[in-house]
Structures are given as structure tokens and as C-alpha cells.
Design a protein around this ligand. Structure first.
Ligand code: FES
Length: 380
């Protein structure tokens, strides 16, 4: 007798098995085991994990590539400005990083992430050196609230530096369908490190309502080009009405601090939004659960390191340890790999996966998914 496993067509809903698995099969087969066998039939197939195949790779600059991805059928789509968390396994340990989608929102099944080499950027370096066409990546659903306001009558100011251009590039595609008065200021170290140069030039040529300014922070190449970093004088010259615009900023911390300070001094801080990619921990866990954990300030005592730090229940113990300059081992940062197990000597923590509070005594916990809800002492 021949058994045939019927699978959905690859082009639409590719790789999703959850929709047609019989209920009786779900009951009798362990979900993890099913996932294991399904992924061995095809690396793109999954019952619960968004995965995407690399269908093209574009060299954007000497140290930057865009990966064009075709997601499986579990993908629920994205809005311009959102990001995905990419999970890869490096030397046997799962690592995650967030990457903004630089794709055209009209092509919801053809995603693009743009990855630039960064000092200490372990995942970015790995992707740039190892990812090939036909490889499959694990992705989260699209996340984040970084988006242009819905009202098209509200003028925009977009400020980016380096790879911070990626979410703003996705927003520029929107202008083709939904024109609005927009100014883009983009800082790159040099002409060689400019990402999407040609696309920005074309967008500005075709969209009468878009003005683009490019500024080289290392040095201008000729007198027609602007050099230097963000400065209020330059801003007033290029965008005299910037106080009236909704402003979206994405780039390195230094740029965001300078912009934030200036907007605060001008009393218009409420009109600005930032994308800073510090949200990995928060994006994976229920915001309600995190909020319910933050009602006071607690002391976290890393006893072995002779280091005490204050916490407000919004950061995992792993994040707190790193903020204190410690380096406990970690892998997935989402409760899967158990690399971050450590012994709690005293105090109560909440596990954000189960939602449960621990006991008050000596026990093993996972640093990446626990937040303190009393003073806590750890053997770290
Ligand atoms: S780092 Fe993987 S479980 Fe904490």
C-alpha cells in the first residue's frame, strides 16, 4: 500500500501544515516530534514557525547585503516600518537579532532584510558570510509600532543613518501609492557606504512631494555635497518647518540622542518616534505580564560578581546582568536552550513564559525569561 502525504502548494501558503493537520493527529502526536519530522521533509515546512527561503541576495555596498526572502504560509504580513526577529544557530547556539524589513509593502510574500557588517555584530557577520540562496531562516512575525501616521495631510520628516535607512526605505515605497509631503535626511559615512542610493535618487525624482538630503559624515566628496553629522543649523536650513512635521528616526544611538535632545529643547519631543532595536526581550513576551511585574524598584544582587543593580521588573535578569557589565552564558534569549540557567539564592522572580512566580528560596532559573518581583540574590 502506498501512503501519500499531501502538502499545500509552495507558491501560496508555502510551508504551512497547521491548516490541514487532522485533529486526531494533533492529539496523538507530540507537537515537537511532528515539527521535527515535518522540518526534515522540507526545511521550509512548519506547523508553528515562520520560516523563509533566501531567493536572492543583493550587494548593497562593500559591507552590506539585502536578503530577499520568501516566507512560508504562516507569515501574516507586515506594515512599512516593522521588523522581524531572525533566529540562526551559530556554533550550536541559537542567536537572535532584529532586522527591519526594507521591502515594498505591496509584495507581502517577498520580504527583504538588509544586513550591514557591525563591530561585534555576531549575527550580522554570520549572515553576511554564510547565508546563501536557498537557505532557510527562522523568523518571527512582523513586529513593532514604528510607522508613519495614517493621516496623509501630516507632513513627514525621516532621519536615518547607516543601516537605519531600512525601515524608512519601506516607508518610501508607500509614497508611490499614498503621496504626502516628506523630507528624508540620510547620513552615511561615505559614498561607498551609502545604502539604496539609486533607489532614493529615483524615488525623489519620481515623487514631487519627496525631498531627499544625503550627508556624508566622514567627508563630503565635493562642494555640492554636504558633510558632517546631525546639527540644528543644518536642520533649520533644510527643513525650516521641522517642528510641524511628524518625525521618525532610525540609526545609531549617538544620532538618536542628538536628535532627541534637540527636539526636547524645542518642546516638540511628542512629535518624534524612534526605532532602536532594544526590544527583543519585550517583543517575545506578553506586555501585560511585563507590566504586571513592574510596580516597584528591586535590588538584584549578583553575589559571585559582587555587584548589585536596581531593577524595575521590565528587564530580564539576563539583560540586567549585561547592563551591569557581566557576561553570563546565553543562547536563544527566549527560554528554549537553557544556556542561561543560573541558581537563585533568594527572592521571587516571574517566569514570563509560564507567567508563574517562583518560590522565594534556592532554585535554578533561566535568566533570559525571568524578571524580579522582589529583591533577588543570584549565584552569578
Ligand atoms: S538563553 Fe536560551 S533559555 Fe535563556
Amino acid at each position: 500500500m502506498t501512503w501519500t502525504l499531501r502538502l499545500p502548494p509552495v507558491a501560496s501558503g508555502a510551508g504551512s501544515l497547521s491548516g490541514f493537520t487532522p485533529a486526531w493527529l494533533k492529539r496523538v502526536v507530540n507537537a515537537d516530534l511532528t515539527e521535527f519530522y515535518v522540518s526534515h521533509l522540507s526545511p521550509l515546512w512548519s506547523m508553528r514557525q515562520v520560516k523563509a527561503r533566501v531567493v536572492d541576495i543583493v550587494e548593497e555596498s562593500a559591507d552590506c547585503k539585502s536578503f530577499i526572502l520568501q516566507p512560508n504560509g504562516l507569515w501574516r504580513g507586515f506594515r512599512p516600518g516593522q521588523f522581524v526577529t531572525v533566529t540562526v544557530e551559530i556554533e550550536g547556539v541559537r542567536q537572535q537579532r532584529c532586522y527591519s524589513l526594507s521591502s515594498d509593502w505591496r509584495e507581502q510574500e517577498r520580504l527583504r532584510i538588509t544586513v550591514k557588517e557591525k563591530k561585534d555584530g555576531r549575527v550580522s557577520s554570520w549572515l553576511l558570510r554564510n547565508l546563501r540562496k536557498q537557505d532557510v531562516l527562522m523568523l518571527s512575525q512582523a513586529q513593532g509600532e514604528f510607522a508613519a501616521p495614517q493621516s496623509l495631510s501630516e507632513p513627514l520628516l525621516l532621519i536615518a543613518a547607516g543601516s537605519g535607512i531600512t525601515p524608512l526605505r519601506a516607508m518610501l515605497y508607500q509614497l508611490e501609492e499614498h503621496p504626502r509631503n516628506t523630507v528624508l535626511i540620510y547620513y552615511a559615512r561615505s559614498r561607498e557606504e551609502l545604502i539604496f542610493a539609486e533607489e532614493i535618487r529615483k524615488a525623489a525624482a519620481h515623487c514631487a512631494h519627496l525631498t531627499a538630503h544625503i550627508c556624508y559624515t566622514a567627508a563630503a566628496h565635493n562642494q555640492a555635497e554636504e558633510g558632517g553629522r546631525f546639527h540644528p543649523d543644518q536642520l533649520s536650513r533644510w527643513v525650516p518647518d521641522y517642528r510641524d512635521r511628524r518625525t521618525l528616526v532610525c540609526g545609531p544611538e549617538g544620532l538618536m540622542q542628538r536628535v532627541r535632545r534637540h527636539w526636547r529643547e524645542e518642546g516638540v519631543e511628542a512629535r518624534i518616534s524612534f526605532e532602536d532595536f532594544t526590544g527583543t526581550f519585550h517583543d517575545f513576551f506578553d506586555p501585560g505580564l511585563i507590566a504586571s511585574s513592574q510596580s516597584a524598584t528591586y535590588q538584584v544582587d549578583f553575589q559571585r560578581s559582587a555587584c548589585v543593580i536596581e531593577a524595575d521588573g521590565r528587564q530580564s535578569l539576563l539583560d540586567l546582568a549585561e547592563a551591569a557589565g557581566l557576561h553570563p552564558p546565553f543562547g536563544c534569549r527566549m527560554g528554549i536552550c537553557h544556556s542561561c540557567k543560573a541558581r537563585k539564592r533568594a527572592g521571587v522572580v516571574r517566569n514570563l513564559v509560564t507567567g508563574k512566580a517562583s518560590g522565594a528560596g534556592n532554585e535554578e532559573i533561566q535568566l533570559c525569561i525571568c524578571v524580579p518581583i522582589t529583591d533577588v540574590s543570584l549565584d552569578v
